[in-house]
Design a protein around this ligand. Structure first.
Ligand SMILES: NC(=O)c1ccc[n+]([C@@H]2O[C@H](COP(=O)([O-])OP(=O)(O)OC[C@H]3O[C@@H](n4cnc5c(N)ncnc54)[C@H](O)[C@@H]3O)[C@@H](O)[C@H]2O)c1
Length: 338
């Protein structure tokens, strides 16, 4: 079984390639290294003992995508991670996001529609729920108006896949709505490698812990939560990677009940920003330098997943605690700074 992993050198993609190879899948990666490094291949190879096939292609190049699928007729499944993901940048450069996140998706789906049978897993996000009315968030919660072009690309991406599946019986797809991925592989061979200022909380915490940043800004402590800071559902990246393998196997084994399905991937537990900081302080033995600043526009108060559907239908459950995931992020940060 040859599986194409787009964005397979990125944070979540690289961990998923490892889990796929561990399960015996043959993997071919497409990545343009716009937000990653070819060195990641070494890390994947060190963990699995097998170097995945790799092609450096920009998926915005339609002809190259077409040519790739002509040369790799044996690809039966695609896990599509490749996308731009910085919310703030998407507000400044919306067309870049629509081209990179929507254009590339359309090109890949077009190729899959040419096949008799194909499986497709899409990286979606809990951002599609906005500030949900009820916690925990189930898959039935309404999709709210997107706060940013990035969020909109995830909503539109899901709609494009659903519409395509409706008229393409051979195409089976699953959208996984991730909550807040964090951490690094336990081997510390791969992990999160943010370019520039990290957009996510955990790499900002570990970079502050190691002294790369002076202090962490906590955006608001006057939210209607127990300690006043925002609450998120932090999911360990290896748990998340395993969810992709399980979802893919569901499609390849024909166990899906509809040809387009959606699953939340989180832990089911919400942790506040201050709890995440305390977790870092526990596992590192260091005090973190942080200050409370004004709320940041666009931040929602609380988001954590109801994972019942993924638990019962996919048979997948997150295994790692916040402290274990935080520890892996800290070990990784220390290794890369060395
Ligand atoms: N990390 C998160 O917090 C989070 C949360 C929800 C959803 N997601 C989604 O998950 C996916 C993976 O996220 P990640 O955190 O691993 O991001 P990442 O930036 O680490 O990985 C994305 C990879 O795609 C590659 N890429 C981007 N555009 C490309 C193109 N045109 N052609 C070829 N390769 C291209 C990048 O070089 C990078 O290696 C994205 O779709 C993202 O939107 C991420």
């Amino acid at each position: 079984m040859k599986i194409l992993v787009t964005g397979g050198l990125g944070f979540i993609g690289s961990h998923t390639v490892v889990e796929l190879q561990n399960k015996g899948f043959e993997v071919v990666i497409i990545d343009d290294c716009s937000n990653s490094d070819e060195q990641v291949l070494k890390g994947i190879t060190a963990i699995t003992g097998k170097k995945p096939e790799f092609e450096k292609i920009d998926l915005k190049d339609k002809d190259k995508v077409e040519d790739f699928f002509k040369r790799h007729q044996d690809v039966t499944g695609v896990i599509h991670f490749a996308a731009s993901k910085a919310v703030g940048e998407s507000v400044e450069k919306p067309l870049l996001y629509y081209e990179n996140n929507i254009g590339t998706l359309v090109y890949i789906l077009k190729e899959l529609c040419k096949k008799n049978k194909a499986s497709f897993i899409f990286s979606s996000s809990c951002t599609v729920y906005g500030q949900a009315d009820k916690m925990p968030i189930t898959e039935d919660a309404p999709v709210k108006t997107a706060e940013s072009p990035y969020g909109n690309t995830k909503q539109m991406g899901e709609e494009i896949i659903a519409d395509t599946c409706k008229v393409t019986p051979g195409l089976n797809a699953i959208a996984l709505r991730y909550f807040n991925p964090m951490g690094a592989h336990p081997s510390a061979e791969i992990g999160e490698l943010p370019k520039g200022v990290p957009q996510n909380l955990v790499p900002f915490i570990t970079q502050t812990g190691i002294g790369l940043r002076d202090e962490l800004s906590v955006f608001g402590d006057d939210y209607p939560t127990e300690d006043g800071t925002c609450i998120r559902d932090y999911i360990y990246v290896v748990d998340l990677a395993k969810a992709h393998v399980v979802a893919l196997e569901r499609l390849l084994d024909g166990k899906n009940t509809e040809n387009y399905e959606v699953f939340n991937v989180g832990t089911g537990t919400g942790s506040s920003v201050l709890e995440a900081i305390q977790s870092f302080e526990r596992v590192s033995g260091k005090k973190l330098n942080y200050k409370i600043v004004d709320r940041r526009p666009g931040d929602i108060t609380t988001a954590y997943a109801d994972t019942t559907k993924a638990n019962e239908v996919l048979g997948w459950k997150s295994e790692y605690t916040l402290d274990e995931a935080m520890k892996s992020a800290w070990v990784w940060e220390q290794k890369i700074r060395d």
